[in-house]
Ligand binder design. Structure first.
Ligand code: 6PG
Length: 245
């Protein structure tokens, strides 16, 4: 794997399977070094995490003891039932948490039975109870869309301008409807952020985020500059194809 330092975090370029293994290693190392009584690990949405869950389940890359001790959640969520294929937590649960036997009291989905704003309030409360003050998650996995969005910060998102210091919130997004999401303040309060970005479809967006001149509102993943010291990008050659050598 090739490694570079960027203004947006450490960038590691490699093959998909090497990157999957690196994502697992980073989380395991973070847990081993963590003083947190309740180690929290947030997954995210999209196709890449789903492939990663299947890989992690098949390889047993995350030790059973860590799976049993960690508290799991997701960085952002759609307002749908857990049973929906669109549910980020539902997908994590079906592909990894349930087959690994993660105790139900360690599974923390957003409570989408509530209206979005009360759901965000309830989630903030759960995370405050789990985490020490000033911590959002110990590890947060993220992806990036081909429009350069990350978590549920889509281009033009008002959360990028101001989030009131809240770590989590609900936001009504154009075309996508209500989303529940970690905020920029929340990202800055994570111990480690791992952004998995795979495939040629991401090449132009990755170039814009890491090397381009776009405003934050046009390339929301640029928010990761504010937490570069704790961010690792795991990128395959196709996604890295437009980056300068
Ligand atoms: C979501 C995610 C979103 C995702 C990217 C990348 O719920 O969809 O929060 O930010 O991570 O769109 O998705 P892929 O893994 O499919 O590339």
């Amino acid at each position: 794997m090739i490694e570079k330092q960027t203004d947006y975090g450490r960038l590691i370029i490699g093959e998909k399977m090497e990157l999957f293994a690196e994502a697992g290693r980073l989380a395991v190392a973070a847990q081993a070094a963590s003083p947190s009584a309740n180690f929290t690990w947030a997954f995210t949405g999209g196709s890449t995490p789903q492939a990663w869950y299947s890989w992690a389940q098949e390889t047993g890359a995350i030790p059973a003891e860590m799976m049993a001790q960690t508290h799991f959640t997701v960085s952002d969520e759609r307002c749908v039932l857990l049973s929906s294929d669109e549910s980020n937590f539902g997908n994590a649960e079906r592909k990894l948490l349930a087959p690994s036997g993660v105790p139900v009291e360690h599974r923390h989905p957003w409570v989408v039975a509530y209206e979005p704003k009360p759901a965000a309030e309830a989630y903030r409360r759960t995370m405050q109870l789990l985490n020490p003050p000033g911590r959002a998650y110990d590890v947060c996995f993220l992806g990036m869309g081909d429009d350069a969005h990350t978590a549920s910060f889509f281009p033009g998102s008002k959360l990028l301008e101001a989030d009131g210091g809240l770590f989590f919130d609900a936001i009504d997004t154009p075309q996508k409807g209500w989303r529940l999401t970690i905020t920029p303040s929340g990202l800055q309060a994570c111990g480690l952020i791992v952004v998995m970005t795979l495939g040629a479809g991401k090449a132009a967006a990755l170039k814009r985020v890491i090397e381009g001149e776009d405003a934050l509102g046009d390339a929301p993943a640029k928010i990761l500059r504010t937490c570069a010291a704790r961010t690792v990008w795991l990128v395959d050659a196709a996604a890295a194809a437009e980056l300068s050598a």
